[in-house]
Write a protein that binds this ligand. Structure first.
Ligand code: CDP
Ligand code: MG
Length: 871
């Protein structure tokens, strides 16, 4: 069905602009409200009294087209009754001055791009303009945000400003929302809108879609832009126009405007000029690694020495934020100031409320409530251990550092954290003025960079880093790494200090680092992410011709092709027989849909999907996390005699017997991490690692990743509520067998078969070939690495996690499999039903099994046929 749509779009695009003008006339969207106010017969005015003041101040000009349009139909616009204080605040926003220009542009163009400084009022005001222009009369105004935080907090704010309830201005994020049948303005995450397109391609519920924060270039926003570039002309063709508004903070919009593949007619770019006061920028002489304690020192200096004005500190994650908040509250707690404080009562009150806040936040730290989780860049789930590791060093240092005298005498500091996992009512506190006599200090992640604007900030402290989601090329598992931000985002951060007056920005890094190591712009996510996942997600949405898709920045074509091949091996995609000639149009399978529900690379998604069926998810999550971190286990040569023996013993114990043994290296990892989790829960992680030959840092990393995966899975798979049990038992024999099959299912392209003695030439040293294996794609043999627990037994058939090359090629992360599993779990390796070249699979009544032959290297003449149990 969507294919048809895509074909139609060709024609639709060309007629778009002419259709559009006609539509505007027919529907009679009124560009100027001024006009309408004079039309007393208009039925559509809902409330006439609270006529907004700003309307008179901004609607000074009239479009020459207005009278002509006016004749056609009565006005459709709606007037809101706003509270006077809200109205006064609105009038100060630069975007309000441009209301008429914006509404007219949207009336007259199918696609409009709006750029403007953060805080100029785009997110809160543009939906209101469109509401008043009548866009919510019969249909919804949809606003997408890349972050859940913004979707929730903006819907609340806009409801308040419009004096409407949350029934009318609502939000929807995954598994949570308050949308009703009365909803007029709907804030949602970009992922939610993508899901809606899957069931209603033309988005018929909406009259306008606003894509907010497009500069963030999240994969979902990018795909949405591509899809909407096709949906908009289609809706036009149906004489039922859908408007698209793309809003962005920085001026990086060339990818949208100049891209003729996206929009046939260049969309107009409206720039909201806002008053920005000068911000003086101070670089550090050197770039210290310990930016957390640097930020603390700098903030204390600012607070104790510089004149009044809010302080905004940019750090990379929730844990750093909470750390600094605790430190600052300790240093400037009201308790220190009891003597100097005049009003004991108020100081006491503040103290209590601070304590309360702190308690509540600590609680929040430890909870893993899935509905609060966010997939933002500052999403972070660190364990207790991690806290010790990372921040202990600062703990001693800072007591010397903090000039306690200065702190005692200082004005009280109102310290508030801001990160995406913080409950939204707590986030809202940053918008309120601090208690009398206090200076506001907000410690934030990059949520405060563009999505949320904090009032009255005069000083910005910028650590210059951000937490970026990185994807492992091999495993596709994502981890968060702390990297330098881009120049654009550093300038964005600095700009936060100049909203209400001249400001100052303290950068905790040198100008040399800024100039040489900061990228101009942050890379769009689509260029960082492996495309396997992206491709699968799009196929799930029935976008089959992904190569032709109008991405703002397209991913690499060769990468797309390879990804398609890999997904077909996994069974996530399937080429339909009729399409055999043409490539790129494989369709998603039911298995592919289950895989896509898991937030990891399809290879692991498949393992998780299979484990879900067998209740083995807790093992698989643990295993995937462990396989994704390099070198969890120490190597034998790193140990001295005594501990090496102990270590070897331990490893043998972990490997187990029977099916446990054949689960091989993943089994050792599962048990090592299981043990570490148990030790960690008792606070003895470091010792456990030392005693058992584990790299402490890697183990901490695995635990983090395991927690992150668990949370993300809970977010993506409803009613699962997976938890990490510190007392997880090792898998029993039947479970281990299933896990081996699950590993094979995910690594179906990484099967190896042992080289048999008769395959080795007479003149070759047979002893050396003891560990040799053949793989599907490689000519040369690969060898079982000495670190593999299966090296002693060298089973006939194995799957490996990776091959790495030194003097020879070595397999690592090896699991034994049974060849009869291959037709079921790795069918692409088997010739099934090609009677001309191979015998077809056949039932052998003597053994009760189905026989079939193997493909490629495996299928050498005379090789035993793998067999599958018939059940
Ligand atoms: O989207 P843009 O960055 O252009 O601005 P905005 O988010 O619409 O914010 C406009 C103004 O509303 C800012 O000055 C914010 O501080 C303020 N605001 C607020 O006071 N309370 C909220 N919950 C949200 C925004
Ligand atoms: Mg905004």
């Amino acid at each position: 069905e969507n294919n048809k749509d895509e074909e139609e779009e060709e024609n639709a695009g060309e007629t778009a602009s002419s259709e559009e003008t006609k539509q505007t006339e027919e529907n009679g969207y009124i560009p100027s409200k001024e006009n309408n106010n004079t039309d007393s017969t208009t039925k559509n005015i809902v409330k006439e009294e609270g006529k907004s003041v700003d309307r008179q101040t901004t609607a000074s000009e009239e479009s020459s087209e207005t009278p002509r349009l006016m004749k056609k139909k009565p006005a459709t616009f709606v007037i809101l009754e706003r509270k006077p204080e809200i109205q006064a605040a609105r009038l100060k926003l630069p975007v309000v001055a441009e209301e008429q220009m914006i509404v007219e542009a949207i009336n007259e163009n199918p696609v409009v791009i709006i750029t403007g400084e953060t805080g100029s009022g785009k997110t809160t005001q543009v939906p209101q303009f469109l509401y008043e222009a009548g866009y919510a009369k019969d249909r919804l105004i949809g606003v997408t945000e890349p972050r859940r935080v913004a979707a929730i907090s903006m819907s609340k704010r806009v409801a308040e400003e419009m004096n409407l309830t949350e029934k009318e201005v609502s939000y929807l994020i995954r598994f949570k929302g308050n949308v009703t049948s009365e909803t007029k303005v709907k804030f949602m995450t970009d992922g939610v809108l993508l899901k809606e397109i899957q069931s209603d391609f033309l988005l018929t519920k909406y009259s306008v879609i606003i894509l907010d924060e497009a500069h963030e270039r999240s994969v979902y926003t990018d795909i949405l832009i591509g899809l909407l570039s096709r949906i908009v002309p289609l809706r036009n063709k149906r004489k039922d126009p859908l408007k698209l508004v793309i809003m962005s903070a920085t001026l990086r919009v060339e990818e949208f405007v100049e891209n003729s593949k996206l929009f046939k007619t260049k969309p107009p770019v409206l720039t909201v000029e806002s008053r920005q006061f000068p911000v003086t920028i101070y670089f550090n002489k050197r770039t210290s690694v310990n930016y957390v304690s640097d930020a603390l020192k700098k903030t204390i200096k600012i607070h104790t020495r510089l004149p009044d004005g809010g302080i905004l500190i940019f750090l990379t994650g929730q844990q750093e934020v909470n750390f600094i908040v605790r430190k600052l509250r300790k240093a400037f707690s009201t308790r220190n100031k009891k003597e100097t404080s005049n009003t004991k009562e108020s100081s006491q009150k503040t103290d209590d409320s601070l304590k309360e806040t702190e308690n509540a936040e600590n609680k929040n730290d430890n909870s893993n409530e899935s509905d609060n989780n966010d997939d933002d860049d500052d999403d972070d789930f660190r364990s207790e251990d991690d806290k010790e590791v990372q921040l202990d060093e600062d703990e001693d240092e800072d007591d010397d550092m903090v000039d306690l005298k200065a702190c005692v005498n200082a004005q009280p500091l109102w310290v508030l954290p801001l990160y995406s996992l913080l409950p939204s009512y707590k986030q809202a506190r940053v918008f309120e003025p601090p208690p009398e006599g206090h200076r506001l200090c907000v410690v934030a992640t990059n949520v405060a960079e563009t999505s949320l604007t904090i009032p009255n900030v005069k000083y910005v402290v910028d650590c210059g880093r951000c937490k970026t989601r990185m994807y492992d090329k091999v495993t596709g598992v994502s981890t968060y790494k702390i990297c330098y931000t881009s120049k654009a985002s550093a300038n964005q951060r600095a700009g936060r200090a100049g909203r209400t007056g001249p400001g100052h920005c303290y950068r905790l890094y040198s100008s040399a680092v800024f100039n040489d190591q900061f990228e101009q712009f942050s890379q769009s996510e689509i260029q960082r992410k492996p495309v396997d996942d992206l491709l699968l997600q799009m196929k799930v949405m029935n976008i089959d011709k992904v190569v032709n898709f109008p991405f703002p920045t397209p991913p690499d074509t060769v990468q797309l092709q390879m990804a398609e091949k890999r997904l077909m091996i996994l069974g996530a995609l399937q080429q339909l027989h009729s399409d055999k000639e043409s490539s790129y149009n494989a369709k998603v399978t039911p298995l592919g849909r289950s895989i896509a529900a898991f937030p990891v690379a399809p290879r692991y998604g498949k393992m998780l999907a299979f484990s879900h069926q067998h209740n083995l998810l807790e093992y698989t999550v643990c295993m995937v996390a462990a396989l994704s971190v390099q070198e969890v286990l120490m190597e034998a040569f790193e140990m001295d005699g005594n501990s090496r023996n102990k270590w070897l013993q331990m490893r043998r114990f972990w490997a187990g017997t029977g099916n446990n043994l054949f689960l091989g290296d993943p089994m050792v990892l599962i048990r090592a991490i299981g043990g570490a989790e148990y030790a960690g829960a008792k606070g003895k992680l470091l010792r456990f690692c030392e005693e058992h030959g584990l790299r402490h840092k890697a183990v901490v990393e695995v635990r983090k990743l395991r927690q992150q995966l668990t949370n993300e899975i809970n977010l993506n798979v409803q009613n699962l509520n997976l938890v990490i049990n510190p007392e997880m038992k090792p898998p029993i024999d039947t479970e281990a067998k299933l896990l081996r099959q699950i590993i094979l299912a995910g690594m179906a392209d990484q099967v190896a078969r042992k080289v048999m003695p008769d395959e080795v030439n007479e003149d070759q040293d047979k002893a050396k070939w003891k560990y040799a294996y053949k793989t599907k794609d490689m000519e040369d043999p690969v060898f079982m690495h000495s670190s593999c627990v299966l090296r002693k037994t060298c089973p006939e058939w194995v799957v490996y996690q990776e091959i790495y090359e030194t003097n020879k090629m070595y397999m690592r992360g090896v699991t034994a499999i049974e060849p009869e599993w291959l037709p079921k779990f790795a069918p692409s390796l088997c010739h099934l039903g090609e009677p001309l070249t191979d015998p077809p699979p056949r039932y052998d009544p003597e053994t009760g099994r189905v026989m079939c032959s193997m493909a490629g290297t495996f299928g050498r003449a005379g090789w035993k046929l793998p067999v599958m149990d018939v059940e």
